[in-house]
Design a protein around this ligand. Sequence first.
Ligand SMILES: NC(=O)c1ccc[n+]([C@@H]2O[C@H](COP(=O)([O-])OP(=O)(O)OC[C@H]3O[C@@H](n4cnc5c(N)ncnc54)[C@H](OP(=O)(O)O)[C@@H]3O)[C@@H](O)[C@H]2O)c1
Length: 365
Amino acid sequence: MSESTELTRADTGDRRYLVVGAHGVTGRAVLELARSRQLDAYGLSRRGGPAGSGHLKGDLTDADSLTPHRPLFSGVTDLVFASYSEQATSDRQITANMALLRGALDSLLRVAAPLRHVTLYQGNKYYGAHLGHFRTPAKETDPRLLGPNFYYEQEDLLAATARREGFAYTLLRPEAVCGVAIGNPMNLLTSLAVYAFICREQGLPLRFPGSHHAYDQILYQVTDARLLARATLWASANDAAHGEAFNVTNGDVFRWKHIFDHVGARLGMELADPQPLRLAEHMPFQSATWSNLVERFDLEQTPYEQIATWPFADALFHYPSDNVSSTIKLRHAGFTDCIDTETMFDELFDELARRRLLPRPEPLR
Ligand SMILES: NC(=O)c1ccc[n+]([C@@H]2O[C@H](COP(=O)([O-])OP(=O)(O)OC[C@H]3O[C@@H](n4cnc5c(N)ncnc54)[C@H](OP(=O)(O)O)[C@@H]3O)[C@@H](O)[C@H]2O)c1
């Protein structure tokens, strides 16, 4: 890790961070990182967190639910906007996610918080990744596409509010964020892990469940949530990041074939040819195996419906073309952190096991 990413309480002085969406795959890592550095940091979500975690309970679309937090909000200098609402159609996605951003900004402006910086997460949907083929490597200078796109709407609202209220902001664009989260709609890590453990438990070889084309033809990329968290704290405190958009990925690209080779070896599984299928159709039938795993390995009792997000994994494993972003701009601006994606999967599989969300990845004897 480069020194420039290691901001501590001494560097951040009187800043107070509020991470809205602190149960999510992006937000949780930011809150954990900020608190591990002893920063004055709080999270917020509808579920809230355990006592002492600094994770408040509140609904951004319900101002009354935020009233008890007003004294704390009145000291917030840095907002990390990591809330997200998955919706079936573009117009509902815009309405729901604009309400979240508006709710977050209003809750701070209402109490005249001394807001200095806001981080807004976007992603490669900004470049049209949800539409199929897009220009690679995607660059921050690429022009917008024809909407609708909730990222564009959120960015416009944030930019206008920042101009009016006099605070800075940064747009961060990760792809397939990998981190610890449960019950969220976009979670590659747990989807891949649960699929692999269920195959192993049934004595099956590990097969890539996507298209042959996605398996060994296309290049893909992901973003470690811990790396994104470090980029987030770096962006809030560095002028070079203010008013800018940055792609944030691990820094390498890969073919799924090699990731599956690696995961298979780690779990002591035989590899077999890919078998294209839809996890969203097949995995709901595997809940009994999940229950066995939970009992046998003494795991947390996570409901099977919440541990993984099959439609998201299907979209990635059937992706039609390269998904590659340029991270040159971020590096030139001073954030040079990166991680090898196979190392990331090793570390995150260990982390899931440490939290007793999944079994230890070591091969079974
Ligand atoms: N995940 C990815 O792979 C990925 C990739 C690229 C870009 N992004 C972008 O990153 C951003 C964050 O996504 P994410 O995947 O981290 O989201 P996520 O895992 O679904 O988390 C969303 C968070 O928002 C909270 N939330 C939802 N509704 C709320 C409300 N009304 N009031 C307060 N909190 C609320 C949720 O907790 P509660 O349910 O407890 O409220 C949760 O903590 C999104 O813009 C997404 O498009 C994500």
